[in-house]
Design a protein around this ligand. Structure first.
Ligand SMILES: NC(=O)c1ccc[n+]([C@@H]2O[C@H](COP(=O)([O-])OP(=O)(O)OC[C@H]3O[C@@H](n4cnc5c(N)ncnc54)[C@H](O)[C@@H]3O)[C@@H](O)[C@H]2O)c1
Length: 385
């Protein structure tokens, strides 16, 4: 079982809405106590929202290994198998520097209380309702998490004294289908092709207004198709692997003529860590809010991606060529010059090597045994697949 703070169980039963912030105060005090009592220098304290998610779980492990105290929150919703989210929390494991609490970022009182009493140095806001296609059929759920949730985080951060540094997740989907590749952060992004993309762009704009109004220090990271072990069952690489192993046909949208800038999870985590630990003082000039692409800078055709999967899984896929889906984009391609120069981000993992590790993990996951591989690190470009 992952660790829930002892005070949470001590305070069990104190779940009235008005009393929850008191419970959080106790809980957060308990989190800091062992470190302060031991007379150690204060450790960096980080709040991660969406901690049971794919990127959040990997980031939690890496920051814990680097000596951060982490409070992880997540609403553990059932957009995809919540069992996988629980398993990720098990994978993070019992660690004296980690507490997890089930909290919805759309709950303003809880989020404000948590950030106010938490004395965080950094908030990494990853919780969101992902899924381009899901946003078309469930627009209100998407809006609740991605718009109200983001606004709650901004309000909580600006009310905290001092305000923590905010690092939040955006998406390559904001570029839509009209941006020339490779995508640069200064390209106009006012024509989203899905509601999901619109919420991510709206979150960036809300952040910009909060920096203009309240001088919040923030960085938005536009992620480009992240893949890897402990990944997401709603994403193509997972669905393809699963169908290839079962012998079911896979659908190649736009007849397979799609390109994605696939990014290995270890490279993404490395980039987020560089931003979190580099901090806002790394921001050039007087800009207190910046948006960076964080991708692999090397788009791959979907058909080539499938060939690598087939080779690694040792099985041919039965392919169905189907038309483009509403909300999808034809190509994503990251220009990562800005984050490279400001934070030294340099992805180093080839798709062949990364997909190889994903397949190893996936085979063990589907047979019920989680892989013992250390999967959160960047790999060398030339490492064997
Ligand atoms: N993985 C990618 O390829 C990718 C690409 C672009 C952007 N992103 C963004 O990166 C972030 C992390 O993505 P991920 O791949 O880890 O997705 P994920 O779905 O695995 O993780 C998100 C987590 O947030 C939680 N969550 C959702 N709504 C919540 C709410 N209202 N309150 C609390 N928790 C909530 C979910 O339960 C989930 O565990 C998201 O903001 C996503 O939009 C991811």
């Amino acid at each position: 079982m992952w660790k829930e703070a002892a005070v949470v169980s001590m305070a069990a039963g104190v779940y009235g809405r008005g009393e929850r912030s008191g419970r959080l105060r106790l809980w957060l005090a308990a989190l800091s106590a062992p470190f302060e009592l031991a007379g150690k220098t204060r450790l960096p304290k980080t709040l991660i929202t969406g901690a049971a998610g794919f990127i959040g779980a990997h980031l939690s492990r890496e920051l814990l290994a680097r000596g951060h105290e982490i409070v992880g929150i997540d609403n553990l919703n059932d957009y995809y198998d919540p069992g996988l989210k629980h398993a990720r929390l098990e994978w993070i494991g019992s660690h004296p520097g980690f507490v997890f609490e089930r909290i919805d970022v759309a709950d303003p009182a809880l989020i404000c209380g948590l950030v106010q009493y938490g004395c965080f140095d950094t908030v990494v806001h990853l919780a969101a309702q992902a899924g381009v296609r899901y946003s078309l059929t469930n627009p209100l759920v998407t809006g609740q998490s991605n718009l109200i949730g983001h606004l709650n985080i901004l309000e909580a951060v600006r009310r905290a004294d001092p305000s923590p540094f905010l690092v939040y997740a955006s998406s390559s989907s904001v570029y839509g289908n009209n941006t020339p590749a490779p995508f640069r952060e200064d390209a106009p992004v006012d024509s989203p092709v899905s509601l999901y993309a619109a919420t991510k762009r709206a979150a960036e704009l809300m952040s910009e207004s909060y920096t203009n109004l309240f001088c919040l220090k923030q960085i938005g990271l536009r992620f480009f198709t992240v893949y890897g072990p402990w990944g997401r069952p709603d994403m193509a690489y997972w669905k393809f692997a699963s169908k290839i192993l079962r012998g079911d046909p896979i659908d190649l949208f736009n007849n397979g003529a799609l390109e994605r800038d696939f990014t290995w999870i270890g490279d993404i985590v490395d980039g987020i860590v560089k931003v979190v630990e580099g901090g806002p003082d790394h921001l050039p000039h007087s800009r207190s809010h910046r948006i960076y692409n964080i991708g692999n800078n090397n788009p791959v055709r979907l058909t080539d991606f499938v060939s690598i999967l087939e080779a690694r899984l040792g099985k041919q896929a039965s392919k169905r060529l189907v038309p483009m889906q509403p909300g999808d984009v034809y190509r994503t391609a990251a220009d990562i010059g800005a984050i490279r120069s400001d934070y030294g981000f340099e992805p180093s993992t080839s798709l062949r090597a990364g997909l190889g590790l994903f397949c190893d993990w996936f085979s063990t996951w589907t047979t019920g045994v989680a892989a013992p591989v250390e999967v959160g690190r960047p790999l060398k470009k030339d490492s064997a697949a």
